[in-house]
Design a protein around this ligand. Sequence first.
Ligand SMILES: [Zn+2]
Length: 437
Amino acid sequence: MGSSYAFEALIKSLRGAIQSFPDKRTGDNLRYTMEDAALGAFSVFFTQCPSFLAHQRAMQEAKGRNNAQTIFELENIPTDNHIRTLLDPASPELVFPVFDDAFQILDKKGHIDEFRVFNGDLLIPLDGTWFFSSKKIHCDNCSKIEHQNGTMTYYHSMLTPVIVNPGFDKVIALAPEFILPQDGHDKQDCENAAAKRWIQGQGKKYSPLRVTILGDDLYSNHPIGKLLLDNGFNFILVCKPDSHKTLSEWVELLEEGVDRHTVVIRRWNGKLWEVYIYRYANHVPLRDSDDTIWVNWMELTIIDDNGEIHYQNAFVTNHKITDKNVENLVLCGRTRWKVENENNNTLKTKGYNLTHNYGHGKKNLSTLLATFIILAFLFHTVLEFTEDRYRLIRKKLPTRKTFFDDIRALTRYICFNNWDHLLNFMMEGLELRLDDG
Ligand SMILES: [Zn+2]
């Protein structure tokens, strides 16, 4: 049966990135390589098994070989303490090229283009999420909140950009942008500063691919909007009336049917009839200033036959809005929530345990391990898109949890020659054939 090109290519890319990790050790203290430490940590996240390395150590004693070696290419299995000490100096940015390689693998096979929406754009929501907080444990890169009673909360948060599509339950994770302590004092300052860094930094390489950035109300301000346009991005951003008084008043003063338009669509939602009322207006000022950027505004209100409001939200965009595209543009804007549901939630609750403290370190460990966790999720996404056997197995097993439970049990008891061997073993056990797909 077929060979596992993607898995091998991704591990190779990760090994390449690890070679750029700083290693200040000298003398005899070199029993474990940097690859051992980094691939060891990664294997724990990829298998979703916190005791993966302990199991493989036991297997090594019993059988003289182990899956950490055969699948993840470790030479020796380091202890958790060795891993933490060795990895702490490595900045997470050193791993970012692996995200690019994963993106290339998907792009070459046309899977990135599958995510394009009606107007040909890719949708990338920006959203901040916490992944660590503690009253005691902290490092050089912790953000902190000083409480009235003198105590401190230390935390880490990051932007987790992903590529989404309204019709897909899968997302493609991009490298995170960490929110740094010097970014500002409140949530909005911090997140905005990180977003600005991303737009001009690692995000910039995506804009030539035609990208619409999605964001909530805290992104729909003049500096972010202008920066997005200057860097070649399109945008659809939530625009609450309270935080956009000038724009809201402007919109309400426009003449209906001339400068402001309404499209009404009746829809059966499976239980009852709902009425979707779209209102939009092109060319309105985002704020009250001479240098304001001009945006296009749209609003969706969903009511039932009794007039009760089920949903209401408004967005601003640089895409020109028409009777024909308003429905799709609003749908794209509403897809923002997928970064929370399909990405951040998966990372936190679906076995990846993003918020679990695997070790904090003094400098980079916490952010590096968070990056590895996102990368492990991305590796599984790439495999699901590019590898028929992987996809068949995932489809056959009832849940994501069953899949990872099986990986955990199998790699505890059997030593496989490589990732390929493991997949073939599962295919045979499940009586699956490649032409079943
Ligand atoms: Zn920290």
